[in-house]
Ligand binder design. Sequence first.
Ligand code: NOJ
Ligand code: CA
Length: 559
Amino acid sequence: MPSSEPVLLAPDPKTDATWWRQAVVYQVYPRSFADTNGDGVGDIPGVTSRIGYLAELGVDAIWLSPFYPSALADGGYDVDDYRDVAPELGTLTDFDALVGAAHAVGIKIVVDIVPNHTSDRHVWFREALASAPGSAARNRYVFRDGQGPDGSLPPSDWTSHFGGPAWTRLVDADGTPGQWYLHLFAPEQPDLNWDNPEVHEEFKTTLRFWADRGVDGYRVDVAHALAKDLSEPLRSKPETPGVLPTDGSDPLFDRDAVHEIYAEWRAVFEEYDPPRTAVAEAFSAPERRALYARPTGLGQAFNFDLLKADFDATEFREVVEFCLAQAATVGSSSTWVLSNHDVVRHATRYGLPAGTDLDAWLMTDGRGTVLDEAQGLRRARAAVMFMLALPGSAYLYQGEELGLPEVADLAAEVLQDPIWLRTLHTKKGRDGSRVPLPWTAEGESYGFGSGSSWLPQPAGWSDAAVDRQVGDDASTLELYRSALRTRRALQTEETLDWVETGRPDVVHFVRPGGWHCVTTFGTEPYALPAGVVRVASAPVVDGQLPGEASAWLTDWPQD
Ligand code: NOJ
Ligand code: CA
C-alpha cells in the first residue's frame, strides 16, 4: 500500500481497539468544571455529576487535565504524586466512581501524564535536595555545578518556557549556594533525568496504575522533551528559538531517543485489552510529528495547526491536507484542536483582526483592539463544524460548546498562571481560558458550585449558561449536540474528497457515503449544492449559506 494512503485498522468489536481513531474527546479542566462541595474549586465528583450532560452532548471520551496532588505552581502540571487524587478534588474512590459512571454510558476516560518534570514537592525531589551532589537521588533529576570560579553562573544558556533561565541554584542547608537544577518550565517543576532507568520504571508503574483502574488512554504532556542530550559540555540552545531542526539534533527537544521511551510505553499499553491509547503533546518540526503517532509509539499526536491558523479558507484547507497526509504516513488518524487550556479561546481569537498579538491584547484587558464578539462566535460555530466533519479525532475544550469567550480582563490580583510572574508581569498567561463554567443563569457562581469560584466569572455570563442554552435551537450548545449526534450517524472511512466551489473563500469537502461539509470563510453567502441540510451553523434560507458559516448536507433523504 503506498504510504500516502490511510491505513485503516479493521474494527474489532471484541476489543474495540480503534475507538480513538475518530473519537470526539472532551477536555475537562477539573478545577474549573463543576464544584460539588462549595469550596470554589471544581472536583472529581463534579465531573461525575455531569456525566449525563456529557453523554447528551455526545462525546466519546473525556480527557482530564491533571487532578493529582499539586501546589498548583502550574495549574496542576506540577505533580506531587502521580498515583493519587488531590485531596481538594476528591479521592481515588471518587475517581473510580467517575470511571464507572463514564463507562456506564460508553464514555472513555483519558488521563494526563506529565513525564518531563515532577513538582518540587514530589518525594523524589525532596530526597534529591536532602542528598549530596552525585547521589542516586540527585541522578533522577538534572543537577549540575554552576559555571565560573564560584559556580555562580548557570550550567548552560537554556531558558524556561515560562521566561527566565531554565536553571535554579540551590541554597544548601548551611546557607551556602549549591548545585543548580534544570526546569524547562517553572522552578517548581524540576525536569526528570530520562537517562536514568529508575525514571522509566516509575512511569511504567504509573501507566499501569491508571490502566488497572480502567483508564482507557493517556495524554502525554511535553512528549517531545524527555530525551535530552545531557552530555558534557552541555550544548548551547539553538540560535533560532521556536524553530526545531528536522534531523532531531536539538539538545533538548524532539530527539530521536525519545521514541525509545514510547516504544517501552507501547509494550505497557499492549498488556491491556483493548490496548490503552495515547496522544502526544509534542512540538516538533511538523514533518516529525507523525513519529510520535506511530503504532509502535504513542499512536496519535496532537497537531495545533488548525488552532494556529487564521479563519481563512486557504489556510484551513492546507492544514487539513498536510495533517491527513502526515498521519497517514504512519497509519494513524489526525487530531484536530481549536482550543485548550493553554490558548485564548477561539470564539475570541476569531473576533480579533488576523495577526493580533494575543499576549499584548490580553495586557490591555481586552480593550486594546476592538473585539467583534458576534463575528468571533459566528466563525467559531462555522469552524467547529468544519473540524467535526474531518476524518480523525476532534478534541473539544470544556466551555467551547457554550461559545465561551476568553475572559480577558481578569485583575492582576487573581492571576495564577506562572507566566504572569515569570515574565515579570509582561504577559498575563492562560487563566482567561480557565474560568469556571456557567451551568445556570442564576445563582452563586452561575451554578459552578454553591459558593464563589477560584477565578472570578465575568458579569453577564448568564446568557452562556447551560440551562439558558438547552432547548434553544439557535444556541451554540444545541449546535454542538446536533453536530455530534449527526457526526456519529454519518461517521465513515477516514478519507475526504475536495469539491470545487469556484470561490476561493468557500471550502467544500465530502466524506464517503455522501456527507458534505461546506464552509464560507468570507462574508458573502453561497448557494449550497443540492442535498439535505442536516446541520448548519447559521440559518440556511432559500438554499443560501450565509457568510462565515458551515453546513452539512447529505445526498440521501433524511429519515
Ligand atoms: C503543557 C500543558 O498543557 C501546560 O498547561 C503546561 O504548562 C506545560 N505543558 C508544562 O507541563
Ligand atoms: Ca470543590
